[in-house]
Design a protein around this ligand. Structure first.
Ligand code: IMP
Ligand code: MG
Length: 177
């Protein structure tokens, strides 16, 4: 893609409200228990940070890197998970925190790996959900927004490592000359 512009899709305020709503639900679900948030790097770092600050239950954070994309807007379907070996989640109430669920391939692979490590429970939380693109079945427990099949950036989410710093979510629109 040579030239493109970014069109605002979800504002900072709307994201903030969605994060609050998810946190309220988590606080209800785990009011007397601790939770372990597993942030999927890099895309979910902003979302995880915001969510963490709204959680009232005892909370721990871990980071795992899951990549399937490379520098293109097409998923390779090839999932690489790092820092998994050192991760101890036995007996924990795990919530996997993702930026976007697209085909669902990454999160499915991730969930399967984590289940092997004997957590007490495991849930999936995603800021954005592209249902239309799903290739595998996966249950989502907390979702911020359902979006259409468009390539988005901002709020931690990148296009070829760029635009993670945008405070809102925008759509990449190609400019055709
Ligand atoms: P899946 O395995 O196809 O569900 O891939 C999900 C991952 O692909 C997300 O965690 C993102 O890292 C990346 N991804 C999917 N859609 C987008 C997008 O619109 N913008 C940026 N990254 C995306
Ligand atoms: Mg990701």
């Amino acid at each position: 893609m040579k030239d493109y512009k970014i069109k605002k899709l979800i504002s900072e305020k709307e994201i903030e409200r969605a994060v609050e709503k998810i946190a309220e639900k988590v606080n209800e679900d785990y009011f007397d228990q601790s939770v372990l948030l597993i942030c999927i790097l890099k895309g979910a770092f902003v979302f995880t940070a915001a969510l963490t600050q709204k959680i009232k239950s005892e909370v721990k954070i871990e980071f795992v890197r899951v990549s399937s994309y490379g520098n293109s807007t097409m998923s390779s379907g090839n999932v690489k998970i790092s820092d998994l070996k050192e991760l101890n989640i036995e007996g924990e109430n795990v919530i996997i925190v993702e930026d976007i669920i697209d085909t669902g391939i990454s999160i499915k692979a991730m969930k399967e790996e984590l289940i092997k490590k004997n957590p007490k429970s495991i849930k999936v939380c995603a800021l954005l959900n592209k249902e239309e693109r799903r290739k595998v079945k996966i249950e989502l427990d907390y979702v911020g927004f359902d979006i259409l099949n468009e390539f988005v950036v901002g709020y931690g989410i990148d296009f070829a490592e760029k635009h993670r710093n945008l405070p809102y979510i925008g759509i990449i629109e190609e400019i055709k000359n």
